[in-house]
Write a new protein. Structure first.
Length: 237
């Protein structure tokens, strides 16, 4: 398990979390859910060391790749060039043969080979997001922090993105994702973190998380849960 212990986050007069603990399962798809503004993105930023706290983080010794919701893309750059950028640094200005082979492998894996010479400004939102996740894999990160990776997508592209994320477990990658669609979360997630309006944090396996009582705690409305293999959730006012 990756754990955040004794988490306290305060912004001026706002106490976001006070002495809380959060757990995530390694080599699984972990989904953080809850209302807007509840602190989901903040948790990702804490794991990415972008928000400083006094919390103790255990077992997060692997390389991390953080994918925010909003990205400023460079202009006049092809998809292949965009993916190649992960290999460049202050001391490295050219691609090795192995780097080129990795790029071609990842393009094929994400069904983007035919788009490699296309300017990234011409890619669809689904293609861009696949490219961003591919960039994370090329970085050799073993923990991917993905902030609402399926937002503003049609259902087909949402499913394609989530299928690609699901395959990351084969690479022994831990994914920690914020999501709002709880039906899709129930289908693709392995372990769940819910944040209630009272800032309580619920961490559990799928079977314990997707109950009418737990979902009501998190969202403050009534649900009906069909308890089958994948779970189906309906909302009742």
């Amino acid at each position: 398990m990756i754990k955040i212990n004794n988490l306290t986050v305060e912004f001026k007069n706002l106490v976001l979390f006070k002495d809380k603990s959060i757990s995530f399962k390694k080599n699984n798809i972990n989904i953080i859910t809850g209302l807007n503004g509840i602190g989901k993105t903040t948790i990702l930023k804490i794991l990415a060391n972008l928000v400083k706290t006094n919390a103790n983080i255990e077992n997060l010794d692997e390389k991390i790749f953080y994918l925010p919701q909003i990205i400023q893309y460079p202009k006049n750059i092809t998809l292949k060039e965009y993916l190649s950028s992960i290999f460049f640094s202050n001391w490295k200005w050219s691609l090795q043969k192995a780097d080129k082979e990795k790029i071609q492998e990842i393009l094929e894996k994400f069904e983007l080979t035919e788009k490699q010479d296309v300017d990234i400004s011409k890619l669809s939102s689904g293609e861009l997001q696949k490219a961003n996740i591919a960039l994370g894999l090329l970085s050799n990160a073993k923990v991917l922090l993905l902030d609402e990776p399926t937002s503003n997508m049609d259902i087909i592209n949402k499913l394609k993105i989530l299928e690609n994320i699901k395959k990351l477990k084969e690479e022994n990658v831990t994914a920690i994702i914020t999501m709002h669609d709880i039906n899709l979360a129930a289908h693709y997630g392995d372990y769940f973190i819910g944040i209630t309006p009272q800032k309580e944090i619920i961490c559990s396996e799928k079977e314990q998380f997707f109950t009418e009582t737990t979902l009501q705690q998190i969202y403050g409305i009534n649900f009906k849960v069909t308890d089958d293999e994948n779970f189906h959730i309906q909302i009742f006012n």
